[in-house]
Ligand binder design. Structure first.
Ligand code: NKO
Length: 210
């Protein structure tokens, strides 16, 4: 059982690549941990005013969640790796994003990386969660609220479609629930601001502007 262990450590290291920091550094921009919500994530990079940097951050943070899960799903079987290992590597990449070994264990909130993990489990599951995010973000204009709603609905989608769209695996279901709980916990400051009516809206003021 050495392959699942190696895969899990590799996924954690991949998840530890904080692309909000890496992408902004490569583009000669300010470190997102110094402005806005101080979060190294796509939403806060967007507050810099650079849509390109935000989209690249979102894509790469999602890829690092998707890749380990997809690789295990595609090539794991001959090495004794199936759904249990998919759950493990997905969770490891997510934990790497929250507590990155390369960035003093100070990471992000895990939204884009969780989306990648869901896409690795099933494209439909990922699309359903992403659509939930888009709908809430469109109507309420809060990225954090949209992320919290998607995290709440994702496990429900996974379990409700069991038997119809896919055969749900308990370990994958558990990984989705754990990611959702940690994601919500990482949004505690956002929740406080939402309740106080102080949360910043998408498309609102940029860093440096009034
Ligand atoms: O800076 O604290 P902030 O306002 O930036 O940021 C709050 C925000 C942090 O997250 C991000 C990533 C933004 C991603 C946007 C597109 C996402 C589509 C999401 C599907 C979510 C799946 C969650 C599954 C959980 C199990 O929240």
């Amino acid at each position: 059982a050495v392959y699942p262990l190696i895969a899990t450590v590799a996924a954690y290291l991949l998840g530890s690549l904080s692309f909000a920091v890496i992408v902004t550094r490569a583009m000669g921009m300010r470190d997102p941990r110094t402005y806005g919500s101080k979060n190294p994530g796509a939403t806060n990079v967007l507050r810099s005013g650079s849509k390109v940097a935000a989209i690249v951050t979102l894509l790469l943070d999602a890829v690092k969640g998707w890749l380990p899960v997809a690789l295990v799903a595609w090539f794991g079987k001959p090495y004794g790796m199936e759904e249990g290992t998919m759950a493990l590597v997905g969770l490891a990449a997510f934990l790497g994003h929250l507590w990155p070994v390369f960035f003093r264990f100070e990471g992000g909130k895990g939204v884009a990386t969780a989306l990648g993990v869901l896409l690795g489990v099933s494209v439909w599951l990922g699309l359903a969660a992403a659509l939930t995010w888009v709908i809430i973000a469109f109507f309420f204009r809060y990225s954090s609220l949209a992320s919290l709603a998607a995290a709440l609905f994702a496990p429900m989608y996974y379990l409700l479609a069991d038997g119809a769209v896919w055969n749900a695996d308990n370990r994958i279901a558990a990984a989705i629930v754990v990611m959702g709980l940690l994601l919500a916990w990482r949004h505690k400051e956002n929740i406080k601001r939402l309740l106080e009516g102080k949360e910043s809206r998408l498309g609102g003021s940029k860093v440096g502007k009034a």
